[in-house]
Design a protein around this ligand. Structure first.
Ligand SMILES: Nc1ncnc2c1ncn2[C@@H]1O[C@H](COP(=O)(O)OP(=O)(O)OP(=O)(O)O)[C@@H](O)[C@H]1O
Ligand SMILES: [Mg+2]
Length: 380
């Protein structure tokens, strides 16, 4: 329902220098932040997430879709309406795009009541589109009920807690029933515990209202738990796009694997293969991978092992499996529901994650192993 095509938004060099964000391009010309050819399509009812580190262009992408930035080139289309097209010279102003946005600092209006905060976007609609006072009251009360704030309706907005203010900001963004809602790190101002419960709230709210959402975050846990699809960004570009499972299971680069979930990376050289199995020589020995695209013997690759895909034990597994190595346990961290171990094997240290019930003392000799189907091979 929303198409973003080849969107480029650069900032004037002088502004960028002031902000210290000017970068030197390889061709020697100066280039400034923003986004650099971003394309994706969001389907009706999706929660589509842009995920990437600080400064990669997430906010710029959202602001360009909302009409708060004027892109240098590309196009944005919502259903059958072109919102922006550099070639056609179309640029619909922000207030006529019908898109709501919730910002990182959710900026509720402190001098207004809870009711008024939510009613305001309806009250300022042009006369022809504005609902009657009775309809406004109904709609506001309904959305306040959805976000669990109906009992606060006549209170001053400043008397709400952080989480409640966040829900109020969402109610305000949803009350106009926009086709698309843009959410820019809406939970980042909340403490860790509240953030986790608000995540579930937000997902429920999005499902119940059926609103299509584009969500921006640099928090991988948030992205994995909330999104129907994720676009991973780096330096103004999308580097991989897919469902959380697809990206987690088959990251296309080391950057993506590291950003989404974290992993152990071992440099290696392909030693051979049979069928869909590949054997890779690494610093800790030969590692077998299955179900991976075939690679030529001798190609230089990176073996990627997720910590939770590595098993650990003090005794050698009964039928010594492939990809089994012995090492020494050098560190452990108890994390409540799981334990992180650091195992030194050969010249490498591997991070291994196990259930909390596993008990191994430091300095014990241990065996670690991984199934070939869990091994990911990436180009170097
Ligand atoms: N108005 C502006 N003028 C100049 N440069 C800008 C402007 N807005 C953003 N930038 C630069 O563009 C790049 C992308 O910024 P953006 O705010 O989109 O990043 P982000 O991914 O949202 O980061 P964060 O996670 O920190 O919010 C950065 O290098 C930033 O400094
Ligand atoms: Mg941002």
């Amino acid at each position: 329902m929303l198409w973003v095509k080849d969107l480029v938004t650069h900032f004037p060099v002088d502004v960028a220098i002031e902000r210290g964000t000017q970068e030197s391009a390889q061709d020697g010309r100066s280039r400034t932040g923003g986004i650099d050819g971003v394309s994706f399509e969001v389907e009706q009812g999706e929660m589509f997430t842009l995920l990437g580190p600080s400064g990669c262009g997430k906010t710029t992408a959202l602001r360009s879709i909302a009409g708060l930035e004027r892109p240098n080139s590309g196009s944005v289309r919502l259903r059958d309406q072109v919102l922006f097209d550099s070639q056609l010279g179309i640029n619909i102003p922000v207030n006529r795009r019908g898109i709501s946005m919730v910002f990182q600092s959710y900026a509720i209006w402190p001098h207004m009541t809870v009711f008024k905060n939510v009613a305001f976007p309806l009250e300022v609609l042009p006369r022809k589109q504005r609902p009657s006072a009775a309809v406004i009251k109904d709609r506001v009360e309904q959305i306040l009920e959805t976000v669990g704030l109906l009992s606060y309706v006549s209170q001053s907005a400043t008397r709400l807690s952080g989480g409640q203010q966040q829900r109020l900001a969402l109610a305000r963004a949803l009350v106009t029933e926009p086709p698309v809602i843009l959410l820019d790190e809406p939970l980042s101002n909340l403490d860790a515990k509240l953030r986790e419960s608000m995540r579930l709230e937000l997902k429920r709210l999005q499902r119940e209202t059926g609103v299509t959402a584009i969500y921006v975050t640099h928090d991988q846990g948030e992205a994995l738990s909330l999104s129907s699809r994720i676009a991973i960004m780096s330096a103004g570009k999308i580097v991989q796009l897919g469902t959380p499972r697809e990206i987690y299971g088959s990251p296309s680069t080391q950057y993506v694997a590291d950003f989404l979930g974290g992993a152990n990376f071992l440099d290696g050289t392909v030693a051979g293969g049979l069928g869909d199995e590949v054997r890779v020589d690494t610093g800790i020995g030969v590692i077998h991978a299955s179900g991976q695209p075939s690679r030529e013997k001798g190609s230089r690759v990176v073996v990627c092992l997720r910590p939770e895909h590595i098993r650990i034990s003090t005794s050698i597994p009964a039928e010594r499996p492939v990809n089994c190595f012995n090492g020494k346990l050098v560190a452990t961290a108890f994390l409540g529901d799981r334990i992180d171990h650091v195992v030194r094997t050969g010249e490498c240290e591997l991070r291994v994650r196990s259930e909390a019930s596993v008990r191994i003392r430091r300095a014990d000799d241990v065996f670690v192993w991984a199934q070939p189907s869990d091994v990911i091979i990436l180009d170097r």
